[in-house]
Design a protein around this ligand. Structure first.
Ligand code: FE2
Ligand code: FE2
Length: 300
């Protein structure tokens, strides 16, 4: 058995605090990362999978500060970009520069294999108001998204479908995990309470789920973006969205890889004070039900 850890939506290098579903406290992230470092040392994962919104501040300096905080955790990691990382060509270039030494190739779309488990990391694009699919956000959205996500949509570009299928066809016998900042499927119905702030799933997620269902080696999809612990199971695939670290429940996923299965567990930080500071009464449901927190999927 070996394990990796899924963390997401760290929103580093920001002092901005507000409310998404619970209090969204970017200013506490340096302390959260220090606590996470101690927690990870106990778990000793082989690597971290970091699914985007790594940084929440639009400067080159902020990207490198965020990178240094990830490095400080003391484990190898595989980064993916989210809407706060990939909103302009400049921000995309900073990402590649900052994470060149962590990426298997100098590309934001990539695949790697670890002890027989394959990963495919995707880089969905922005859907502009006129319907165009672009690698960067419209200028006003790029400037406003720290405040909210009105008019934002994302989809996987056709080229990445082709790339993904080429990898899945080349390695049919390797159990495979997919990573995408934006969820492929919406979370279960019960999250959609009247006040739930839903950040959105991939616009062509249905099409992607159909493609993935044709490849029995695909076992799990790891996402962030919705700041919610949600797991759904569809066509033998676990769709795992994980909560954001600056927001209640301030949790991460432990993923244990056995010879015949993947087991997912959910952990709060060793110091529960961060989650408590963020928690808003009646909004605790973003931590998920039991089936959103513990799951297992078998190979073969
Ligand atoms: Fe986020
Ligand atoms: Fe996001």
């Amino acid at each position: 058995m070996w394990r990796f850890v899924h963390i997401t939506d760290t929103h580093l290098s920001s002092t901005r605090n507000g409310v998404w579903n619970n209090r969204f406290l970017c200013s506490m992230m340096p302390e959260v990362m220090a606590c996470l470092k101690r927690d990870l040392a106990r778990l000793n994962p082989e690597f971290l999978l970091v699914t985007g919104d790594i940084v929440s501040n639009r400067s080159r300096d902020a990207v490198f500060k965020a990178r240094d905080l990830l490095e400080s955790l003391g484990f190898p990691y595989y980064p993916a970009g989210g809407n706060h990382d990939f909103y302009s060509m400049e921000s995309r270039a900073w990402f590649l520069e900052a994470y060149a030494h962590r990426l298997p190739s100098l590309n934001t779309v990539y695949t790697f294999e670890h002890k027989g488990l394959r990963f495919c990391v995707l880089d969905p694009w922005w859907v502009w108001r006129d319907g165009a699919l672009m690698p960067i956000a419209e200028q006003d959205i790029a400037e406003m998204q720290e405040e909210g996500l009105r008019d934002t949509r994302w989809a996987l570009p056709p080229e990445q479908f082709v790339w993904l299928e080429s990898i899945l066809n080349a390695f049919p016998d390797q159990p495979t995990c997919i990573a995408s900042h934006y969820p492929v499927v919406s979370p279960p119905e019960y999250f959609f309470q009247p006040e739930y702030n839903f950040a959105g799933a991939l616009e062509n997620g249905g099409l992607l789920a159909d493609v993935l269902s044709k490849y029995p080696q695909v076992k799990a999809v790891f996402s962030g973006h919705i700041h919610t612990n949600a797991i759904s199971r569809d066509n033998g695939i676990l769709y795992v969205a994980t909560s954001a670290l600056p927001e209640y429940p301030v949790e991460f996923r432990e993923v244990n890889v056995h010879a015949d299965r993947i087991e997912i567990k959910t952990h709060g930080l060793g110091d529960p004070a961060f989650a408590e500071r963020s928690r808003i009464r009646s909004r605790e449901y973003t931590s998920g039900q039991e089936s959103d927190r513990t799951s297992v999927i078998y190979f073969g």
